[in-house]
Design a protein around this ligand. Structure first.
Ligand code: HEC
Ligand code: HEC
Length: 164
């Protein structure tokens, strides 16, 4: 199903959807990424955008990101050192090549072992999964940026990125 249609799915359908999604998540696959469970990480990293799932990037990416929060994609996302340490530990522990390996493995395929990408949306597997999304959809006023996962994946907050 195309994302636009998805956004318009009525509530009743969404329930049926949720059932399907759950079934698929239990079967395993590349569409479930456990959402951030730590309340501090959720608050500090979920105020400007969705709190991205730690399993979507390797540990070295999170380390690099946490060391450069002063220049975070044009924003200052600095937090107090003790808070930063807590966030860094959570993200690194659950990274796609650490605790979150079983979820992130497929998404991280093709990332060189020495690279520390800061964008999920630039990972080779992410780009491949989205290659059929037409240009106008990225530019749609309800989407605007590739990082706006929830515009097209309505259950992104709960970790589901299903593809129907
Ligand atoms: C002050 C606002 C702000 C805060 C706070 C913030 N970010 Fe961001 N973040 C941004 C902006 C702006 C972008 C670029 C979004 C875009 O490209 O549309 C971004 C992008 C990202 C991306 C890359 C998204 C992609 O394109 O794949 C990741 C990962 C990310 N942030 C993680 C974090 C983490 C982890 C924290 C908490 C430590 C955090 N952010 C806190 C503003 C913020
Ligand atoms: C403009 C809409 C749009 C946005 C924004 C978007 N996606 Fe997607 N995504 C899609 C579509 C459509 C597919 C299915 C691609 C296909 O089957 O050709 C998809 C597929 C996926 C898949 C693969 C699912 C599976 O079952 O294998 C993942 C994972 C995913 N997206 C994650 C993300 C993340 C993370 C973000 C934000 C950083 C994001 N997407 C932003 C439209 C979008």
């Amino acid at each position: 199903m195309k994302p636009r249609t998805r956004m318009l799915v009525p509530a009743a359908c969404a329930l049926v959807f949720a059932g399907l999604v759950l079934a698929r998540a239990q079967a395993g696959g590349s569409h479930y990424f456990p959402p951030v469970a730590d309340p501090v990480v959720k608050e500090e990293c979920g105020s400007c955008h969705l709190a991205f799932a730690p399993s979507m990037l390797p540990a070295r990416s999170w380390e690099r990101m946490m060391a450069t929060l002063g220049e975070h994609f044009g924003d200052d996302a600095t937090v107090e050192p003790a808070v930063a340490a807590r966030i860094a530990k959570y993200l690194v522990d659950n990274a796609g090549d650490a605790g979150g390996r079983r979820y992130g493995e497929k998404l991280l395929r093709g990332v060189p072992g020495t690279a520390a990408p800061l964008r999920i949306t630039e990972l080779p597997a992410w780009v491949r999964e989205h290659r059929k999304v037409p240009d106008w959809e990225w530019r749609h006023k309800d989407v605007r940026t590739r990082a706006n996962c929830a515009a097209c994946h309505p259950d992104a907050e709960r970790g589901y990125y299903y593809d129907e």
